[in-house]
Design a protein around this ligand. Structure first.
Ligand SMILES: [Fe+2]
Length: 251
């Protein structure tokens, strides 16, 4: 038995579906990625923030319309571009689940809110309450665990990007590394694929469904919109892959 999770992140939708972000129409590229998600056939969707660019209610409605054909239980967290109150209001009904902790097929998934209301440039922070909730969940269950948040909690090696990650990431890492059941940390925000181990935990950043951040020397493929697929096996092992769509616009 395997649990298949699709992480969809940084959709940056607008109320006007024709609006482009850095030259790419986000509604269109999201549609292309949703087609790939459908083909991959996940059991669950995880939406990891920056779901809209400006927090408009209509933009959340557009997202609902796009994922409706997938018809899968959908968990979510906000990013720095979201309006948390509007997001929670718009995602009240099925297929959305407001739970930030869930267990399935022998795994535990913990979702954290890393947004900071007073952020100046989109940086993140894990409040005492979020860190306490994380610790309590890890004390309560020793099932293999995936921790999910919007902002990156480890440096990406890109100067400007590393100023807007989780500001108190060391407190987060100090907590995680006390619990050997933590296998994987998933995040968005960085708009690029990242896959690195740290003290036995795999840290995975995932591409946006729209525009990517490109490192020097990045391939053409790395500019494409995409999502991350995660297979969690009952024996506590996992596999993960990034799947990209071929854009209809030139990037
Ligand atoms: Fe973003």
């Amino acid at each position: 038995m395997v649990l298949k999770i699709a992480q969809i992140t940084d959709t940056h939708l607008f109320a006007d579906r024709t609006t482009a972000m850095r030259g790419l129409v986000t509604w269109d590229s999201f549609g292309d990625v949703v087609a790939e998600v459908k083909a991959w056939n996940p059991d669950i969707l995880l939406l990891t923030g920056d779901l809209t660019h400006r927090g408009e209610p209509q933009a959340y409605q557009h997202l609902i319309e796009r994922i409706a054909p997938l018809n899968r239980p959908t968990y979510y967290i906000p990013g720095n571009h979201d309006d948390v109150d509007i997001l929670n209001q718009e995602f009240k009904n099925s297929p959305f689940l407001a739970d930030k902790v869930f267990q399935d097929k022998g795994w535990q998934v913990l979702l954290l809110d890393s947004t900071l209301a007073t952020a100046q440039s989109g940086e993140g922070y894990l409040s005492e309450a979020q860190l306490k909730a994380l610790e309590q969940s890890l004390i309560a269950s020793s099932e293999p665990t995936v921790v999910v948040l919007h902002h990156h909690p480890v440096p990406m090696g890109i100067d400007w990007l590393d100023t807007i990650g989780v500001q108190n990431y060391q407190a987060f890492l100090d907590c995680l590394t006390r619990f050997p059941q933590v296998k994987l940390v998933l995040f968005g925000h960085v708009h690029l694929e990242f896959d690195e181990p740290y003290q036995g935990i795999q840290f995975c950043g995932s591409p946006s469904t729209c525009k990517q951040v490109l490192r020097d020397g990045a391939s053409e493929e790395e500019a494409y919109p995409g999502f991350r697929g995660l297979r969690l096996f009952e024996d506590g092992t996992y596999q993960t892959e990034v799947i990209r769509s071929h854009p209809r616009q030139s990037l």
